[in-house]
Design a protein. Sequence first.
Length: 425
Amino acid sequence: MLDLKFIRENAGVVKHAAQVKGVTLDIDDLLRVDRELVDLRQRVEAMQAERNANAKLVPKATPEERPALIQKGKDLAEEIKALDPALRAHEDNLRQLLLRVPNIPHSSVPVGADDADNVELRREGTAPTFAFTPLDHVELLERQGWSDPERVARVSGSRSYLLKGEAVMLEMAVLMFAMDFLRARGFTPLSTTALARPDAFVGSGHFPGGEDQVYKIEGDELMLAGTAEVPVNSLYAGEQLSLEQLPMAFAAISAAFRSEAGSAGRDVRGLIRVHEFRKVEQYVLCRADEDEALGWFHTLLGNAEALLQALELPYRVVQNCTGDMGAGKVLMYDIETWVPSEEKYRETHSCSYLGDWQARRTGLRYRDEQGKLVYAHTLNNTGVAAPRILVPLLENHQQADGTVRVPEALRPYLGGRATLGQPVR
């Protein structure tokens, strides 16, 4: 959500942001509703002032004057009451329109329609070359007996996954390594629920617009979040923090659920796009200072890169264009990790800076150095998401005999083992 005063004074900038982000929203209509609401409020305030002034005259009035003054007060009260439905309707309409207003992209963001227009910034690491025919992650899991897709599909439907044996321990090792890594860098560990009320999805910016991606619990107002960003973003909703409490940096682990609506036929094989997974999310609340926030942006990005480097995985960093960054983002970089079987990079991390767009939605403010209440800034980035990260991890570290080499960083979490699996070819 943007400041309404900013929208009034910078309508052209906001219209351009909506255009380049592909957001369908009539800013002129929003401003019309705003003007009508201002007029309604002024009318009500004028009538309330008149009613108050009239009420003060009653005690001083003569017996002959008093009935007319009392009737006038009743008439004004009825007129004010009659305007209330229109006032509430305009307030609700304006609120819904404001929730759809996109954030203003940073000046460095390339203009584009979708991910095809993202800009590669750099590549890190070297894609492996194999002296044997490499397997994809599904074949590796099957040959080692580490998965059972048919049985879990009978239980939970398509886009479900089940890991067995050493693959389970590998998944847990990656998650625990990420938590330890971020804790060592000063992030406060959180273990949080995936359950959240609709207001939390509005606060994070997933609603309105992303309702079809969320699982709803029938008969309850709770829903299942696709990232810990949703509940963590609302932990301090409506609160007034002190300057000393900022910044706050969290490493939040949770289950995550996504319906993947609209993705029929995409990435149906294996672990790429499943309905339920586990995720470690980096989340930061900081002062309303762009330089400070951009410093945190690069910290979050650096953390994710350091994690991938510790996992010995080649990757590239891309800057997302306006059409692929989401309505609330000021700046967004994706990290894509190399998948040998597809001979391409796949997104494993998304680093985002949202300015005060989320804090305005949740009502999260703090008092600055002058004691003024201002909205905080928020950022987030993936720490690691499993099982997706297992795709490049298994494929890049597979060996000729079908076993999988364990990166040194993970060995302490796996009893010191250097390889997983049994020779199968």
